[in-house]
Design a binder for this molecule. Sequence first.
Ligand SMILES: Cc1cc2nc3c(=O)[nH]c(=O)nc-3n(C[C@H](O)[C@H](O)[C@H](O)COP(=O)(O)OP(=O)(O)OC[C@H]3O[C@@H](n4cnc5c(N)ncnc54)[C@H](O)[C@@H]3O)c2cc1C
Length: 169
Amino acid sequence: MNLHDVIIIGSGSAGYTAAIYSCRAGRKTLLLAGSIPGGQLMITSDVENFPGFPQSILGPELMENLRKQAERFGPEIIYDDVSKVDFSSQPFTVTAGMHSYQGRTVIIATGANAKWLEIPSEAKFKGKGVSSCANGRGVVSGEYHPEGHDHPSEGQAAGQPDHAGQSDE
Ligand SMILES: Cc1cc2nc3c(=O)[nH]c(=O)nc-3n(C[C@H](O)[C@H](O)[C@H](O)COP(=O)(O)OP(=O)(O)OC[C@H]3O[C@@H](n4cnc5c(N)ncnc54)[C@H](O)[C@@H]3O)c2cc1C
């Protein structure tokens, strides 16, 4: 079995960041990116609190940048979901698809998924105070007008996901 110094599970912002640091430290790194690469920010419109982007950046664009930055340092990347781990002995074993991989260190960066209540009022008020963003501050459409930005609800009107425009600071 192929032995890696570091195996990272998940390719959201945490996973790609871990890959950048691990590779730059000279560690042989495997990124098991999962079947939905990019994580939660792939379904986000304007990200307004990421340092370095004074005019905000779209979530998918930010994740594309992070992917390219991580790839530059040469991790092995496999787009498969991890189905099993064995941490009972060193090196650790991680299974994804039909394959198992061994790592001296495993970083779990599998993030989260919103758990919706699935009640009618939830659908009605999504983007109008009901948010799936854990970091969000519950911005209500129409109450948040950063200087020079469009009204937050315009993302929704343009066909963005209904949480679009719920920006953080
Ligand atoms: C609608 C919305 C809007 C948001 N807006 C903002 C914002 O404006 N600003 C902000 O700071 N934050 C925002 N957030 C929060 C932000 O998206 C998360 O804090 C961030 O994505 C967490 O990154 P992460 O890498 O920890 O996890 P995630 O982004 O959740 O990524 C997890 C990764 O792990 C992978 N994975 C999961 N299980 C497995 C498995 N078994 N095997 C392999 N891979 C697996 C997934 O496919 C995914 O690639 C928002 C979230 C949502 C949902």
